[in-house]
Ligand binder design. Structure first.
Ligand code: GLN
Length: 535
């Protein structure tokens, strides 16, 4: 096998240009040519991981199979590539510094002054190479968070400069910039791109490929101009035009030859043309729905579309699978109460109550679960959403009117949701939840089993509280069934109400495991149930 090739993806001019999607699309194309590829994200903030970040700050926190709390771009990587990522695929400045400081305290650098260069940059380089050294990958694509020119990105760009120098043709840099359209002038402007490349050059890095995000097609003359000012050949100026769906981007990048440019720069053979047949099939179904449903997503972060990214994408996958357009209607949980519920929840065909932490908006989520149960509307509760369904059932069916979770009401008389035993003595907030994949055993003879069609499953978790097994018999007798149990510690992971068209609560997060190639069965089943119920 040839040396592992390291591809860096940097961003200029503005944030939110879609570096994650470009990285994932490039990886998809290389993989479709038969190259084993992984993607990594380096984030310049000082949090050790995004687990402690408010979704308003940084969107959803994505959880990997091995229990890493990571940037939401890792979700795109998994959804595009259909392979698992891990802790190694997301590194932050906080983690880099933590490692270096721990080494310093251990005495690893005894006698040396510990500095940004070389110690921090060495640690960045080590994190990048770690994936390559596993011997599993032909390509390691490393996306550098932030925008070139930011103070906090400097050590990363410096690390790229060094790796570049050390590796030569085994390394290439793809720079994503914006080519804005000035309506008043009726022109696309290249100056911001020129400036961001200049900023990179000041830091010692010459990009090999320039990907230009744009609202209008780039004429050849403009590509030539960018090439001339930025020291690349016109073929290395790639247009990334706004797309209807993020899933169009791999095809657009194939047309533009992004993968071919990268193969040329790293002196790798083209092998076969990328095989994207199943991807195209997915896109066809996505774009040609024969049905339509509206699903209400009840959550407290609805102002920010990135807060429920994986849930939204799971609906895209499940919708395509059912050839059904899923309109996700965002409903603010703080707006839902007994008075407003009929108005807020009208005209929706299914209800999903979102995960979350803390008491804000909790009452609205409980009301939404009650509304779904009583009105026989298909319901999926995820993590806190499942806990709300359990609380609601305890209050309104079992008659424990003040039942609650001890997260919101530590002194509740009926703690139907309670803190897990192993969580009781934990004080630190970072990385201490029940995280990552755990086994769950399904009982036969219910809708959830019929969906998975197997007894043993693994799903990803991120929580501290759990169904309180003290009440399990009462729930069972009253019709809320524990249909999925952790075989090791007996924790209830799935509840289902049988006497209902489709009412499922899951303690785990199915949305983290839905990909284009393998839409999550629960989402597929939920959309199918919503569709059938609507008819
Ligand atoms: N706050 C709840 C818990 O910690 C649910 C967490 C979640 O929805 N991810 O158990």
């Amino acid at each position: 096998m040839a040396n592992t090739k390291y591809i860096f993806v940097t961003g200029g001019v503005s944030s939110s240009l879609g570096k994650g999607i470009i990285s994932a699309s490039l990886a998809k194309l290389l993989k479709a040519r038969g190259y084993s590829t992984t993607i990594q994200k380096l984030d310049p903030y000082i949090n050790v991981d995004p687990g402690t970040l408010n979704p308003y700050e940084h969107g959803e926190c994505y959880v990997t199979e091995d229990g890493a709390e990571t940037d939401l771009d890792l979700g795109h990587y998994e959804r595009f590539l259909n392979t698992n990522t891990s802790q190694e695929n997301n590194v932050t400045t906080g983690r880099i510094y933590q490692t270096v400081i721990n080494k310093e305290r251990r005495g690893d650098y005894l006698g040396e002054t510990v500095q940004v260069i070389p110690h921090i940059t060495d640690e960045i380089k080590r994190s990048v190479r770690l994936l390559g050294q596993s011997g599993k990958y032909d390509f390691v694509i490393t996306e550098i968070g932030g925008t070139v020119g930011d103070i906090e990105s400097l050590p990363y760009i410096e690390a790229v400069r060094q790796i570049r120098w050390e590796m030569g043709k085994d390394c290439a840099v793809v720079h994503l910039t914006l080519v804005p359209y000035l309506a008043a002038a009726g022109e696309l402007k290249t100056k911001p791109t020129q400036h961001s490349v200049k900023t990179m050059l000041e830091q010692g890095v010459q990009p090999d490929v320039i990907v230009c995000r744009t609202e209008h097609h780039l004429p050849g003359s403009l590509r030539k101009k960018i090439a001339l000012f930025c020291n690349v050949s016109p073929s290395s100026v790639i247009e990334s035009i706004d797309a209807k769906s993020i899933y169009d981007v791999p095809l657009l990048m194939r047309e533009e030859g992004l993968d071919i440019e990268v193969l040329n720069k790293t002196e790798m053979p083209r092998r076969s043309d990328p095989d994207l047949k199943s991807w195209e099939k997915f896109l066809f179904k996505l774009k040609n729905p024969t049905e339509k449903v509206t699903i209400g997503l009840v959550g407290k972060y609805i102002e920010l579309q990135d807060a429920y990214k994986s849930i939204n994408e799971s609906f895209v996958h499940a919708g395509a699978m059912n050839q059904c357009k899923v309109d996700v209607k965002l409903i603010h949980s703080e707006d839902v109460n007994q008075k407003t519920k009929n108005q807020k929840l009208k005209d929706i065909d299914g209800i999903l109550v979102a995960p979350g932490f803390g008491g804000r908006g909790i009452d609205g989520k409980i009301v939404a679960a009650q509304y779904a149960r009583e009105n026989k509307i298909p319901f999926l509760g995820i993590c806190l959403g499942m806990q709300c369904a359990v609380i609601e059932f305890a209050r309104n069916v079992l008659g424990y009117t003040d039942a609650h979770s001890t997260e919101m009401e530590p002194k509740t008389k009926y703690p139907v949701i309670d803190i897990m035993e192993e969580q009781k003595d934990i004080d630190n907030k970072g990385g201490t939840m029940r995280l990552g994949a755990y086994p769950c055993r399904l009982q036969k003879g219910n809708k959830v089993y019929d969906i998975y069609k197997k007894t043993d499953i693994f799903e990803r978790h991120r929580h501290r509280f759990e169904f309180n097994n003290k009440y399990i018999e009462e729930f069972r007798k009253a019709g809320m069934m524990p249909v999925g149990i952790n075989p090791k510690d007996n924790l209830v992971e799935i509840v289902e109400i049988f006497d209902h068209p489709w009412f499922v609560g899951v303690q785990f997060h199915p949305e983290y495991k839905s990909t284009v190639a393998e839409p999550h069965p629960l989402f597929v089943g939920f959309v199918k149930a919503v569709l059938e119920n609507k008819k």
